[in-house]
Design a protein around this ligand. Structure first.
Ligand SMILES: C[S@@+](CC[C@H](N)C(=O)[O-])C[C@H]1O[C@@H](n2cnc3c(N)ncnc32)[C@H](O)[C@@H]1O
Length: 271
């Protein structure tokens, strides 16, 4: 069959893939319906979306998955666009661009936990109430590629500190800070959280729930009055226990989002 797949079908595929992890067979079954023609249309739409750089195939544990591709500029929140180094900026959607070089460190945007953290940061810095306005400082705990601290500074925070215990991640984060021209505003360090001094208007941590639980007091202590604490890396069954722990340190939830079986949260002091 010739011709291009329909745009509504492509949109449905992109929405489905953004909402949760799918195999090509899942998409054929759910969107192709019972008819052979319907499944053929889904196959054609998938081919075209992969060829256009919108989606990619990923082979994991012997299974093939369809995922959003970050080989091109992709909008990840209301204002943020992630763009790979050398990626097609001319064609990127309008927004605040964060450039990330391909590397081994976590945080190129492929993972839902990174995207949820970026959405939380966008929410936290969108207030315009002066609490997290210019002059504010950001702390990114487990900075990986540096994506969260870079995004926060690109969204208006004055200065940022990204800490990570992995020297390879720190090397890549520093390179990404330079790539975004922010070396005079962002510092990348191996200092442990317990030794970080001062308090911050925005604190972000995309780590697994047991680590977030163990760090609760230290993270809450690093928040100044009116600050936002962005947490990601949480599975839905872990959320209520984590909120209970953070409430002991006066933090209450003000924002929540989910994607692909993960939860992102923004907490504020004052609970
Ligand atoms: C899931 S990645 C998050 C990367 C990036 N912030 C993002 O949101 O995509 C977690 C990062 O935290 C670092 N990390 C894990 N435990 C840490 C700890 N206790 N102190 C500092 N860094 C830690 C890891 O080395 C890794 O780079």
């Amino acid at each position: 069959m010739t011709g291009s797949a329909t745009e509504p079908l492509k949109r449905r595929i992109l929405e489905t893939v953004a909402a949760r992890r799918c195999t090509p067979a899942d998409l054929l079954r759910e969107l192709g319906g019972a008819s052979r023609g319907g499944r053929r249309a889904v196959r054609r739409a998938l081919r075209e979306l992969v060829a256009a750089g919108e989606l990619r195939y990923l082979l994991e544990a012997g299974r093939s998955w369809i995922e959003p591709s970050f080989g091109r500029a992709v909008r990840v929140s209301a204002r943020l666009v992630l763009c790979p180094e050398g990626g097609g900026l001319a064609e990127s959607p309008p927004g605040v661009v964060v450039r990330i070089a391909p590397g081994a460190a976590f945080g190129a945007g492929e993972h839902p936990t990174t995207r949820l953290a970026l959405q939380g940061i966008d929410f936290a810095l969108a207030g315009g109430e002066g609490r997290r306005a210019p002059g504010s400082r950001v702390l990114d705990v487990g900075t990986g590629s540096g994506v969260l601290v870079i995004a926060a500074v690109r969204l208006g925070a004055a200065r940022g500190l990204g800490i990570d215990r992995d020297p390879c991640a720190r090397f890549e984060a520093q390179a990404n800070v330079r790539l975004n021209g922010l070396e005079d505003r962002i510092r990348v360090s191996d200092v442990p959280l317990a030794a970080v001094e001062g308090r911050f208007a925005l604190v972000a941590a995309n780590l697994r729930a047991p680590t977030l639980a163990a760090m609760a007091q230290s993270l809450a202590r690093r928040c100044m009055p009116g600050a936002a604490l962005v947490l990601s890396g949480i599975r839905p069954p872990e959320e209520s226990g984590l909120l209970e722990i953070y409430s002991r340190f006066g933090m209450r939830r003000v924002w929540r989002e989910t994607e692909g079986g993960w939860v992102g949260l923004v907490l504020e002091p004052g609970g």
